[in-house]
Design a protein around this ligand. Sequence first.
Ligand code: ATP
Length: 350
Amino acid sequence: MIVAEELVKEFRLYERRPGLLGSLSTLFTRRHRTVRAVDGVSFTIAEGAKVAYIGANGAGKSTTIKMLTGIMTPTSGRCLVAGVEPYRDRRRGTRNIGVVFGQRSQLWWDLSVPDSFRILRRVYDIPEAVYRRNLSLYRELLDIDALGTTPVRQLSLGQRMRAEVAASLLHDPAVVFLDEPTIGLDMLLKEAVRALVNRVNRELGTTVVLTSHDISDIAAICDHALVVDRGRVIHQGTLTELLRTAEQRSVLFDHRGDTPPEQTAREIAQALADVTTSVTPEGRVRVDYPSDRLTSRQVLAFLLERFDITDCYAPEPDLETVIRDIYSSGGTRGGAPGGSGRAGAPEAVA
Ligand SMILES: Nc1ncnc2c1ncn2[C@@H]1O[C@H](COP(=O)(O)OP(=O)(O)OP(=O)(O)O)[C@@H](O)[C@H]1O
């Protein structure tokens, strides 16, 4: 559904020299430096996938999405969305694509939400049945009627974002790009937006590309992740594979006997290099270990041999920690199953 091949975007930044003389001299000799915001990014996203596009501030997410939605033309490389190069054929491109994009609005500021929707219906030539089905879905999930006839400019951020998400899906696009779609929404509305996105994906097979700093959006919607750092793809695969790359794992357990858990924790820390131990408020022993130096099998074998364990579990690594680790390593860690890196042919995300 989406193919990016060695996508590059460079910006020229012109230097301004201080003072009046400096300003005058820049009229004659303009010096510039080039910023490479996207540095040869290649990937494919299959039809119907729900992909989190993850990266720290300035990693190149918005620039990539601007190229995928046809707002920007790549410096080199190319991308195809539903078979169309969106920046070459914007008319055909926009029919396939829905977008919720940060500060940009697709609504008319002086008009109400229903009036904006009526215009969008004409622009996209949306069949009556599709328009009605979608409006009733937005009534059911987003309480869209509550926005009434207030002009869009007078809506709160949360109210506007509800309308933006609905507007992006009104024409049943094949792909929807959602950049921070739940910003400004309260907990219930966040859940409603996530439910809507999941429902259109399930019922219509809409491909979803989500950018969000809210990890719970990613966990609630996405099944795949594409992680970028300094303009390059550094990880791609399923969310489960991403979680498996966790650098730190843990095991929690209870055991029989008179030894207090604090003493057990000390014994383990002395016996096993690289682990850290603690006792939870419930009195369980917690063992944290680095996954590149110890396997869960080794840790469990050690614990089973030494202690009469009555209960034991290994919690899933949490997504937030995993993503933070990826950012801090700047893509120098080994890739997850499914591959990482940018060289060669585009790699499949789903
Ligand atoms: N129009 C522009 N002119 C010059 N530099 C730009 C322009 N747009 C983006 N950049 C630079 O390109 C890099 C990537 O920016 P981009 O907005 O794509 O990052 P991002 O991952 O979306 O960040 P954020 O999470 O903060 O939105 C940054 O260094 C940014 O300063």
